[in-house]
Design a protein around this ligand. Structure first.
Ligand SMILES: Cc1cc2nc3c(=O)[nH]c(=O)nc-3n(C[C@H](O)[C@H](O)[C@H](O)COP(=O)(O)OP(=O)(O)OC[C@H]3O[C@@H](n4cnc5c(N)ncnc54)[C@H](O)[C@@H]3O)c2cc1C
Ligand code: SF4
Length: 347
């Protein structure tokens, strides 16, 4: 069984990360452990051309390019030879990605008879990845609607909250969309499973047997285990599963950090499995998945979301209503009340 931790970074970092900002803290700890100049970090970045690719950087200060989940398949295999090269040159490598990427890299290193004691693998709990095609079509749809080029995108925009996956878009003409019906479309297609790659419904990695040293995810339900303020919950909490001695050694360094803000707590029991179906089985293919992709070849993106998400005035009205309801004093009071009750529970 893995050891399980709840982590929240300082506010400035957690707001840039998708969950509790564990990843960036681990990068800093890794550099602190092995020394500047001796380390290489590899992870997924959203580049200026709005494509998602794995890239390598040599300094923990440059690891902000990895912050925030990008819900698009990241091309990473081109970097495997680079990882091999760095290991041959006795560098310490931190590689992060989806479990299938980590598995492929491990196979590649094995084939090349490379020792793996100088590399740490950090994988993610993975609901499934949308392919590049649907991401490109969504971007073009947004650009057509606004008449301007998309230059910035956050798949999860934390200043607007953690649980509802609010997104942020910025266009070249300076306009921004923050948590609107239009920015919700991409994550809705992902959550409903339509945009996920076919292979993900048979994912052999949707369980707790991992190929990573550490696994990161969202600690859904953490407020039922430890006492947290509303603000702390709103910012997001990381779930960290530690599978190996190497993983634990890196976590020991996080433990030693002086905590001025944020927290790092070991939790016991397996409550998290209730919320993390991808640690139990792969995402279930939606009933209309095949029909969706048949239609996708013929219909425009707008027609697709009208048919499968009900996008239109009703969708927009419901979106707005939900957003307002989440902010009403009654809901805020109810959340506070629930948290007060939870605070009475033991850590
Ligand atoms: C496709 C996908 C599906 C996910 N599904 C779930 C889920 O079902 N449940 C859950 O709890 N968590 C899921 N996550 C993980 C979650 O969204 C956070 O990425 C994770 O908790 C790390 O958060 P953080 O705050 O520690 O760091 P962040 O700063 O958010 O770190 C981002 C990390 O994710 C990696 N990353 C980002 N995008 C990609 C990508 N496209 N491909 C490979 N690696 C990437 C970066 O390299 C970096 O290591 C998913 C992530 C992705 C990319
Ligand atoms: S669900 Fe499985 S196969 Fe799909 S991207 Fe994630 S790890 Fe890979």
């Amino acid at each position: 069984m893995p050891r399980v931790f709840a982590y929240q970074n300082v506010i400035s970092e957690v707001l840039k990360s998708s969950s509790g900002g564990a990843f960036i803290a681990l990068c800093k700890a890794f550099e602190q452990c092995h020394g500047k100049g001796n380390v290489v970090f590899v992870g997924a970045a959203l580049q200026d051309d709005m494509k998602v690719r794995h890239v390598a950087v040599q300094n923990a200060n440059q690891c902000d390019v990895f912050q925030g989940a990008k819900y698009v398949e990241s091309q990473c295999d081109d970097l495997f030879s680079r990882v091999l090269h760095e290991l041959v040159n006795k560098k310490w490598v931190l590689f992060s990605g989806t479990p299938c990427q980590i598995y492929r890299l491990r196979l590649f290193l094995l084939k090349n008879q490379m020792q793996m004691d100088q590399i740490i693998f950090i994988d993610l709990i993975c609901h499934g990845t949308p392919g590049e095609e649907i991401w490109n079509d969504y971007k073009s749809w947004l650009e057509e609607k606004s008449g301007s080029k998309l230059i910035k995108y956050f798949f999860r925009y934390k200043p607007e909250g953690w649980k509802a996956y609010p997104a942020y878009v910025q266009f070249a003409d300076g306009r921004q969309l923050i948590n609107t019906a239009e920015t919700s479309i991409y994550s809705k297609l992902h959550m409903m499973g339509y945009s996920i790659l076919r292979k993900c419904f048979q994912c052999p990695f949707s369980n707790e047997k991992r190929w990573g040293d550490l696994t990161l995810g969202d600690y859904w339900g953490v407020e039922t285990l430890i006492s947290l303020s509303n603000d702390q919950i709103k910012r997001g909490v990381s779930l960290i599963l530690s599978h190996t001695k190497k993983g634990e050694e890196l976590l020991d360094l996080l433990c030693q950090e002086e905590q001025t803000e944020g927290f790092f707590v070991e939790t016991y029991g397996r409550e998290y499995l209730k919320y993390q179906h991808n640690l139990v089985h792969p995402t279930i293919k939606p009933d209309l998945y095949e029909e969706f992709w048949k239609d996708y070849e013929k219909k425009s993106f707008e027609d697709m979301i009208r048919k499968y998400l009900g996008y239109g005035w009703k969708y927009k009205a419901i979106f707005l209503m939900k957003k307002l309801v989440r902010r009403t004093p009654l809901i805020i009071w109810y959340r506070n009340y629930k948290n007060q009750k939870m605070k009475k529970k033991d850590i």
